[in-house]
Design a protein around this ligand. Sequence first.
Ligand code: HSE
Length: 437
Amino acid sequence: MKPMNIGLLGLGTVGAGTYTVLSRNAEEITRRAGRPIRIVVVAEKNLVRANEIVKGTCRVVDDAFAVVNDPEVDVVIELIGGYGVARELVLKAIANGKHVVTANKALLAMHGNEIFAEAQKKGVMVAFEAAVAGGIPIIKAVREGLSANRIEWIAGIINGTTNFILSEMREKGLSFDSVLKEAQRLGYAEADPTFDIEGVDAGHKITILSSIAFGIPMQFDKAYVEGISKLDGKDIRYAEEMGYRIKLLGITKRSNAGVELRVHPTLIPAKRLIANVEGAMNAVVVQGDAVGPTLYYGKGAGAEPTASAVIADLVDVTRLHTADPEHRVPHLAFQPDQMVDLPILPIAEVQSCYYLRLRVQDEPGVLADITRVLADEKISIDAVIQKEPGEGEKEADLILLTHLISEKWMNGAISKLEKLPVVVGKVTRIRMEELGK
Ligand code: HSE
């Protein structure tokens, strides 16, 4: 049987992992795919490193365009990252009639609509399992396994770096800055770690999940993205005392008014399985109307876990290569002419429960002043805890948990609270999600 010929762009961590796993499991993979899958050419700037890895088993070039223009190549694996040259390479590969497998979440979240439209025109596949949650087959699950369902919401820990940081802060009482350095040393972080800690990487991934869950275009520009860099260890501690964990969640939810698309630190009940996902692990909960909640857990980064997803896509592409394009699984789960343009709700329109921490004067009547402001804004309080002031202090931390309320009402209440003479400094606000019963 004629092999499927692969051109690999980028032999970094994931590229090397892909090469290793494809070689190690070649026999098993061939039995699944129906024909051998072999890398025939690799494009890598660092030729010395590339030659050390491939050891003469395939050609090595330093010009990625030579690979996407190579007539011998059937499928291009794009592992360069970013959305500059990677976009040009992917579009060129598609224009040349080649299938594409990519792990590039930023590229798809920013330019996915253009890329999938071009792929549709040319009748080629663009597969992207590795772009979200690394080795977890979450794209397959949402796009195929749950296709009977009306998906209601997805909530995921989809950035390992920030989950590692939050776990270390909670378990060891360490500060944000010291743990970030450790995460970078361990190699979890993106090339630009602000993409991790400011929630941008998770924003790219939840944008992709939202698109395949609801059959809507990629709309990263409308996502609300807030990271963990301003999170205070105190709030992680107080949340834990109240039976909650703080996780950086990517959330997308369908409501009557539109689709929520957001990333932010979130209090979730400690008893939920996903609240107990620690370290650099990823987990995604998908709520379907028929199936109920389903949970997917595994490694969201790293050489071989991500290679696992890349190669699963290669097997899919190999099996479907000769199928009529309209008989393949649609790129974004829904048939291209059945995509809908539901509005993405601005964060001010999103409803959630809130954790509020206020620094207040420790004197009579303070609680009454605060609850009056909240009552005026129709905000219902679920729980209140006042911490004892420290030795010799005249101020105390007051924690309030609220019931469901629109963000715009909460913004109004917070600005009124901050004007109260008894409230010192800024109010800390963290959104809360129950994530089922
Ligand atoms: N920087 C990402 C993470 C890698 O920390 O999860 C995988 O996308």
